[in-house]
Structures are given as C-alpha cells and as structure tokens.
Design a protein around this ligand. Structure first.
Ligand code: PGA
Length: 263
C-alpha cells in the first residue's frame, strides 16, 4: 500500500485524477471502477479538465460504478446514476454503452446482481478501482461485518451511513435503507485500487484501515490484502496516521529503490 499525503482537497483531487489519466493513457480500453460521494467530485472535475486540455480519451473506456440505492430510478436526483452523469459522464467522451451503474429500481435484485458481476467478467475485470471510505470504514456499501468474500448484492445500510448520507436528502427518513453494492471480493479482484479520503472527519477510519488490524468491522482494511493499492489523502484525513514521516519518505525516495536494483 502506498500512502500519498497531499496538502489539501484540491491537491488530493489533482493527484488522483492524474493517476487515473495515466492509466487511461497506458491502456485506452481501461476498465475503470468508479465511486460516488463528496470525495471524488474534485477528482472528476480534474479528469474533465484533463480530457479537455490534454485530450485524455474516454472513448474506449468501460466503467463500472460501485453501488446504487435500492428503489431509486436512474433519473432520480439522489441516484448515483444521476451523480455520475452530472459529475463525469456528460462532460467526457465515454460511450453510454460502456457505462455500468447498478440499477436501483430493478425488479429482480438477485438476478441483476449476478448479471452485474457477469458484465465485469465479460469486460475482462476491473483494471483500476476508485474508492472513497465511509465514516464507518466501508468501501462501496460494504458495511461493518461484510464478508471479505462478498460479491455484488443487496446490503442494508448501517446507521452511521444513513446519518452521513442524509445531507443529500430532504429528510433522514428519505435515505433508502438498502443498496446494491459490489462486494469486497469483487473489489479485491481489481488489478489496481486507488482510495481517496479527505478531511479530519475521516482521520480515525483512515488510520484504522491503514495501520489497524484487518477486520470486517472496518471493511476498507480488506485492502491490506491487495497487492496494488494507492491511497491519496489530504492532511486532515492523514492527521491520525502514526507513520506519516515514513510514508512521505517512501514517496520522496522511490527513485532510490530503482537505483538500488540497478534500473
Ligand atoms: P463521501 O462518501 O465521499 O461522501 O465522504 C464516501 C463513502 O461513503 O464511501
């Protein structure tokens, strides 16, 4: 796991967007896993800018979103489908036929979730999965106690998540109680992972998932089992990490490793 500590939200967003852009440049038909929430808004803004100014080309990219609220139609203003269209899809040249966001108002969630998993497989698997982290330590809507072997399924939202996400709804009672979410097993199969987090309110869970034990109570800690994870934090989100100096040293001295092994 490589930890990059940016000065602020703006820098965190710019760094994460350029990491995504680099992967698209390396592989034009990248399969990109995408996240929603407040955290990636800045990253998507920077990606749109890179599309406009550097010609980052999304035409061959396939995307799979992590999750969606059960019961919300894709046109609903609080749906993640709507969020993605407004914040990214409308502003880049991604092909609508290559965009996958779980359908919250499906009539048969179980069959739909199996189909979603199948689409990921047919696309060749996810090359780069972008993640945020919830106040309860979740990745996607894998709430505390989720199995590390879990696949795309319907999950009941944890109280903390409902409180956190009620800011987007008129009343807390309007927050859906269930979501379709990729599982931890699904996420762990991505070839690369990029987790972003911002603000002091995330500092405790960030420290727990990076420096604490692997536990289903903080589902992001499952990423300790993955071989390629970049974590981009701002100073607030990094404020409770014990080994900050070490992470900064590693980031600044990567070139020494290359020298040591004679590359
Ligand atoms: P946030 O949500 O970016 O709105 O904080 C993150 C998450 O719940 O994964």
């Amino acid at each position: 796991m490589e930890i990059i500590i940016a000065d602020d939200y703006e820098e965190m967003s710019a760094v994460s967007a350029s990491m995504i852009a680099r992967e698209i440049q390396r592989k034009h038909d990248l399969v990109l896993g995408l996240a929603t929430g407040d955290t990636p808004v800045g990253t998507y803004k920077h990606l749109v800018k890179l599309h406009q100014t550097e010609g980052i080309d999304f035409s061959k990219v396939t995307s799979f979103n992590l999750d969606e609220y059960v019961g919300l139609a894709p046109v609903h203003k609080n749906s993640y489908n709507y969020f993605m269209r407004e914040n990214l899809f409308k502003q880049v040249n991604i092909s609508p036929s290559k965009v996958f966001v779980p359908q919250g108002n499906t009539s048969d969630p179980e069959e739909y979730c199996a189909w979603y998993e199948q689409q990921i497989k047919l696309a060749g698997g996810i090359d780069l999965q972008v993640l945020g982290i919830g106040g309860d330590g979740h990745i996607a809507f894998n709430e505390p106690g989720s199995s590390f072997a879990s696949r795309t399924r319907v999950k009941a939202l944890f109280e903390q998540t409902i409180i956190d996400n009620s800011r987007f709804f008129e009343r807390a009672e309007d927050v859906p109680r269930f979501a379709i979410t990729m599982g931890i097993g699904t996420i762990l199969e991505s070839r690369k992972v990029l987790l972003i987090a911002s603000g002091e309110k995330k500092a405790d869970v960030v420290a727990q998932f990076i420096e604490g034990p692997v536990t289903s109570q903080i589902t992001a800690s499952a990423l300790q089992l993955h071989s390629y994870v970049n974590v981009v934090l701002d100073k607030g989100a990094a404020s409770k990490l014990k080994r900050k100096e070490y992470y900064n040293w590693v980031r600044d001295n990567k070139h020494l490793v290359q020298k040591q092994i004679g590359r």
